[in-house]
Design a protein around this ligand. Structure first.
Ligand code: C2E
Ligand code: MG
Ligand code: MG
Ligand code: MG
Length: 280
């Protein structure tokens, strides 16, 4: 019996592996066509100042709608893009689209708006990144201090010395860096001091229960306090309620982002949102 169960378990494991690799190859093949076929889009999520209530930035987030496979989440396709190397091409595309969009918004008069763009591990380790970023900023005639590159804490800590060197290089060129998903990547304080980061993005897993969970409250307060002492800005991710906002504001968190304000929006809707917000 045990043997039979073992065999069934093995068979279902194999089936799962096959299903996984079929989907993987399907997504990978589709991804190769995605840019050329204009299936990729960038949405923009407003970032709100907890001091003034104004929209001060936009995080660019990739969206992919495939004609047969439907919507595919970046959480699924970014890792596949990384493993296959396609991320370099996709990442460059996102950066160019987002900076060009932000330039349009600056020209419309929203000339203090920050554009935040996520960097993948592969992009961040690529020696050509600083030059690519400068080339895009130059092409779009966009001021570097309004571009913020997001790097996850996990990626930074995977190779702290490499991260320090790359951050220095981007910092020297006037581009801001923020550490995404902060709190999940086990930074040591000594590294954090050496990272040329401008901002910590407090991971949404800590924000989710701050209204009810004493430990999450303590963690978020500690991150905000530490950031303040290190001279870093803070933004909380995944803010969904007024209670969460009130707690964060009281603790001195500078900015917030989440469904409480808006989900990520197509560029035209972001514009409506920001114009509505400033008229109110
Ligand atoms: P992230 O950079 O940490 O982005 C935050 C994620 O949380 C986004 O998911 C966003 O839509 C979602 N979110 C925002 N507000 C809320 C909220 O109030 N509640 C909840 N539950 N979720 C919220 P999304 O767009 O699915 O992206 C997932 C991840 O995929 C991103 O995490 C980022 O790591 C990656 N990603 C997205 N676009 C890009 C890109 O252009 N390049 C790279 N390298 N990675 C990207
Ligand atoms: Mg991000
Ligand atoms: Mg995040
Ligand atoms: Mg994330």
């Amino acid at each position: 019996r045990a043997k039979q169960e073992g065999r069934n378990a093995y068979r279902s494991f194999t089936q799962e592996m096959q299903a996984y690799s079929t989907r993987y190859l399907q997504v990978l093949n589709a991804l190769r066509q995605a840019i050329a076929q204009e299936q990729l889009h960038v949405h923009y999520q407003p970032q709100i100042s907890l001091i003034s209530g104004d929209v001060i930035g936009a995080e660019a987030l990739l969206r992919w709608h495939h004609p047969e496979l439907g919507n595919i989440s970046p959480a699924e396709f970014i890792p596949i893009a990384e493993e296959s190397g396609l991320i370099l091409q996709i990442g460059e595309w996102v950066l160019r689209v987002a900076v060009a969009q932000a330039k349009k918004w600056h020209q419309l008069g929203l000339d203090k708006l920050i554009i935040a763009v996520n960097l993948s591990a592969v992009q961040f380790r690529h020696a050509g990144l600083p030059n690519l970023v400068m080339q895009i900023l130059k092409e779009e005639d966009f001021p570097p201090q309004y571009l913020e590159l997001e790097l996850t804490e996990g990626v930074a800590m995977h190779d702290p010395q490499g991260a320090i060197a790359m951050m220095n290089s981007l910092h020297e060129r006037g581009v801001r860096m923020s550490i995404d998903d902060f709190g999940t990547g086990y930074s040591s304080l000594s590294y954090l001091k050496q990272f040329k980061a401008y901002k910590l993005k407090i991971d949404q897993s800590f924000v989710r229960d701050i209204s009810t969970d004493a430990e999450d409250k303590a963690i978020v307060s500690a991150i905000i306090g530490m950031a303040k002492n290190l001279g870093l800005q803070t933004i909380a991710e995944g803010v969904e309620t007024a209670e969460q906002q009130a707690f964060l504001r009281e603790e001195g968190c500078h900015e917030a982002q989440g469904y409480h304000y808006s989900k990520p929006l197509p560029a035209a809707d972001f514009e409506t949102f920001i114009l509505g917000a400033s008229a109110a």
